[in-house]
Design a protein around this ligand. Structure first.
Ligand SMILES: Cc1ncc(COP(=O)(O)O)c(C=O)c1O
Length: 393
């Protein structure tokens, strides 16, 4: 029990590669395995494949091919965006982040702090939405960069990118967006967004692990973080993994097609809403983050649910324990973000949203994939009820 994909509810952590992705990578491995920088025919074939994929990705994401940098994934893209944009900033320059960023952005911001920059974490409301007034008040010198997570991995909140971008544009301050969780769940047209940098990764959308991209607005100045062979326009040295790039772009196209087939809306949202409805019938469960059923669907990732469990006495139930109980019932979910689920500490994201320390250990996340269907509507609430029994229900 529990090893069929139907039971895998942790797509915000990662996803299994799609068959079409594996097939595209297999073809590439056979035909374009050489070093794209080599001058012979083998290399030329790899270079052509790489540039074809770059063009294809740029077409899918509405940006110019020359503005796509391939990286090893979200973490590296975020570091390149933040550190590469702030090299050479004077001490005391300020960077603004939301207080619900992914640990990768917080780690990059820590490095900026060590360089002498000031890092301000902007407050969010109880649903995890950025305080735009506070942002606007700080959009003046010495602020040099703003970085926000578009779709929050742990609680699913979606920030109003157009409004944030418009404020940053008006102040002439560049904006980096962590688009890792959003890619594949909403059509992205980079050139139409008031955004200067966007970090993406392949493995959350059934692409391979170890590949991602940083989209960089024309005219935005970026310094490389590593030297070497001068690949990616000198901004990201290292022999390009053409096979992973091919798998990444295939995955983006599959998701893009799925979105287009459903009028630009991720069809998982309907299943998610119905699931939420049923799960909340249990007296021990409450939702964290935005309720998508209350006309605010665009403010929550469409495949994402985050819950907090309490005992009949109202005591928060450790998310980790509930996840273990749910796994005994055959379903794989996550307690908070995958990166911190190895240890049980209060979630900084729930703390930032105003939850208490005990409540902030009681979060759990359910994130759906395209393969999930109506079958979940009966099976998951029943499994959840059984998983909650040891806690007094
Ligand atoms: C919002 C967000 N940003 C960044 C990352 C890091 O991406 P990657 O695993 O590709 O380094 C993740 C993945 O956990 C994420 O959810």
């Amino acid at each position: 029990m529990g090893h069929d994909l139907h039971h895998y509810l942790d797509c915000s952590a990662t996803t299994p590669p799609a068959e079409a992705v594996l097939a595209a990578m297999q073809r590439c491995r056979a035909e374009a395995w050489a070093n794209p920088s080599s001058l012979h025919g083998f290399g030329l074939r790899a270079a052509e494949q790489l540039e074809r994929q770059r063009q294809r990705l740029a077409g899918l994401l509405g940006c110019q091919a020359g503005r796509v940098l391939f990286t090893s994934g979200g973490t590296e893209s975020i570091h390149l965006a933040l550190l590469g944009s702030c090299r050479g900033q004077t001490s005391g320059a300020r960077v603004l982040l939301s207080s619900v960023e992914h640990p990768a952005s917080l780690a990059a911001a820590d490095q900026l702090r060590r360089w002498g920059m000031v890092v301000d974490l902007l407050p969010v409301d109880r649903q995890g939405r950025l305080d735009l007034e506070r942002l606007q008040a700080l959009l003046a010198p010495p602020t040099a960069l703003v970085s926000v997570i578009w779709g929050q991995s742990e609680v699913g909140s979606v920030q109003p990118l157009e409004r944030i971008g418009a404020l940053c544009r008006a102040a002439g301050i560049p904006l980096h967006v962590d688009g890792v969780q959003m890619l594949g769940h909403r059509p992205i047209s980079f050139d139409a967004l008031p955004v200067d940098l966007m970090s993406l990764t392949a493995h959350k959308i059934q692409g391979p692990k170890g590949i991602g991209a940083l989209l960089v607005r024309d005219g935005h100045s970026l310094e490389p973080l590593q030297g070497g062979g001068g690949q990616e326009g000198g901004l990201r040295a290292g022999t390009e993994p053409v096979e992973l790039v091919t798998g990444f772009v295939e995955a983006v196209e599959l998701r893009q097609r799925r979105l287009l087939d459903h009028g630009g809306v991720d069809p998982s949202s309907h299943l998610r809403d119905a699931l939420l409805q049923r799960l909340l019938l249990h007296p021990g469960l409450e939702l964290t983050g935005v309720d998508p059923r209350q006309g605010q669907a665009h403010q929550r990732l469409p495949h994402h649910l985050s819950l907090l469990a309490r005992s009949p006495q109202g005591q928060p139930i450790a998310g980790r324990q509930l996840v273990q109980q749910l796994w005994r019932q055959g379903f794989a979910a996550s307690s908070g973000s995958a990166c911190s689920s190895g240890r049980q500490t209060p979630s900084p994201v729930l703390l930032a949203m105003g939850y208490g320390a005990e409540e902030a250990q009681a979060g759990m996340r359910i994130s759906l994939g395209p393969w999930h269907g109506e079958r979940l509507l009966e099976e998951l609430p029943a499994a959840m009820a059984r998983a909650l029994q040891p806690f007094g229900f």
